[in-house]
Design a protein around this ligand. Structure first.
Ligand SMILES: CC(C)(COP(=O)(O)OP(=O)(O)OC[C@H]1O[C@@H](n2cnc3c(N)ncnc32)[C@H](O)[C@@H]1OP(=O)(O)O)[C@@H](O)C(=O)NCCC(=O)NCCS
Length: 170
């Protein structure tokens, strides 16, 4: 990426931009996300950011250029005492900024967060038709752990998902 890319924790002032980004990605015809065109409002997003900033078991990380926020990655640690070494992640990059290394940079930041917080396994779900995301995750080092049939309900239908995981080394 030519322009400087800043990767940092989300702040409450990012709520509008993050809400806009998610709505625009959710509205893409590709159907990449669990939601179809809807997302938290800006004020709900602001509340979520504040909560995530206070919470040691979750994080929202953003990628920013001089033009504004262009990507977002969220992490949530598993609650169960037996799987607290696992965190789930979600990722999106604004369409005009794709294929410039933003997604890869955000994944790198997720690994740093995992190391700093005692998380040794990152996991995610991705729709089988999302070739771009699968290629990114596999090239980063994620492994396929399973195929979950009719795992999510989206719109009027059930959809399958691939479960992928990345093992964080010291
Ligand atoms: C998936 C997504 C996050 C990738 O982000 P990105 O910033 O474009 O990814 P990067 O530029 O870091 O790509 C890194 C590598 O991933 C692979 N990759 C990414 N997009 C690809 C595509 N469209 N086709 C083929 N390979 C792709 C390539 O190996 C790429 O390296 P290269 O550009 O040097 O060949 C982005 O396409 C996106 O936000 N999509 C919509 C939302 C979404 O699908 N989120 C994930 C839900 S699980």
């Amino acid at each position: 990426m030519n322009e400087a890319l800043r990767i940092r924790r989300a702040a409450p002032g990012d709520a509008d931009a993050l809400s806009r980004l998610a709505r625009s990605v959710a509205a893409e015809p590709g159907g990449w996300l669990l939601t179809l065109g809807t997302w938290r409002s800006s004020s709900e997003e602001r509340r979520a950011i504040r909560l995530f900033r206070r919470h040691p078991d979750a994080a929202i990380i953003v990628a920013e250029t001089a033009e504004g926020i262009v990507g977002r990655l969220s992490l949530t640690r598993d609650h169960h005492p037996s799987s607290q070494h696992v965190a789930d992640l979600g990722l999106m990059v604004a369409q005009p900024y794709r294929r410039r290394g933003v997604g890869r940079s955000l994944l790198g930041a997720a690994v740093e967060w995992a190391r700093a917080n005692g998380v040794s396994k990152l996991e995610l779900h991705v729709f089988p038709h999302n070739e771009a995301a699968i290629k990114l995750y596999e090239s980063f080092g994620f492994e396929r752990e399973g195929y979950r049939k009719r795992h999510y309900h989206r719109g009027q239908e059930y959809v399958d998902a691939i479960l992928m995981a990345y093992f964080v080394t010291a």
